[in-house]
Design a protein around this ligand. Sequence first.
Ligand SMILES: Cc1ncc(COP(=O)(O)O)c(C=O)c1O
Length: 376
Amino acid sequence: MADDKHPSHLLKALQEREKKGSLRQLKSSFPPIDFCSNDYLGFSKQAILNTHLEPFQGHRSSAGSGGSRLISGNIPFTEETEQHIALFHHAEAALIFNSGYDANLGLLACLPQKNDLVLYDELIHASLYDGIRLSYATAYKFKHNAIEHLTELLNRHSNAFQTIYVVVESIYSMDGDDAPLLAITDLLKHYKNVFLIVDEAHAIGLFGEQGRGLCQQLGIEQNCLARIYTYGKALGTHGAAIVGSKILRHYLINFSRAFIYTTALPLHSIQSIRAGYSALVNSTEQRQQLKENIALFQKGVKDLKGFIKSYSAIQCLVLGSNASADSVEQKLAHHSIYAKAIKSPTVKEGSERIRFCLHAFNTAQEIEHLLTLLHE
Ligand SMILES: Cc1ncc(COP(=O)(O)O)c(C=O)c1O
């Protein structure tokens, strides 16, 4: 279809997507039974802002922060919250970003330098990948969770680069499986100037003491140069923090463009992050309920082929095409269940899937209903 108001590429690209069944479209109403959101503990549904709000402490209006952190958008409450985050995650310092996407982009774009190497798992989130693309460093991917491949790349390249960064997620967003973090930290001990970066987006709230994350559960927090905690998932709000040393924080304040050149989060956002952390401390029951729900779901799908091995809240059934993923999504929606078809190009062609996110608030009845439909 010709259109002289737009560059020709726009319509062509959209038409190609449509042909492949991979056109993305916004929806604003969803089937009511939630097996889709990342609100694993149900914090966003509990309106945590109302129950855990810190006092305003005389700060100016929270509607907007009025500028970037380096100009007029920095308030004592934000820095106090960063200290609280650092303490909670057993780190020297933390720096809040406006989203997990910004944090990952802002970290990876400024940390690795021209003579450095980034080795990243092939399934890392787009935000980490985009950051790597913005940096001037050389970058190679290693096969998903393949410690042998990572070892081979380290052996091949460790002498040729000044510094090497290894980038992984503790729980992978699209597969739900976990990185072999203990094996990775053991491996990295054999090399000099190799630094580990772990995105804990899908682990905060679910693993570790009071939901501190998988690095804490495994005792490897201090082996990481940087850990990223995002607040749009189990914390039920939005924003993110990069946690690490004081020097790292100072470096990011000076060089991370995604931090420097953007309006800071407003007070109410910082308050909701703080409220999320307060809620975490008292979330043992929700975590236990979520564990039980995951166990119930896994027992029910044991005999079904195509599930990716995962012990997290993300459970994926690979269906192999956009059309089959769509048709399962639609069938479930027909029964009021919302689970999302994850299609190519978000995932590799052939690995299109339906992604179930389990929550503490899903009832046994909802899970049984879903299992019955999956077995039909
Ligand atoms: C692993 C991972 N990292 C980072 C992000 C981005 O976080 P945010 O949604 O806060 O931008 C996501 C979001 O989907 C994610 O899954």
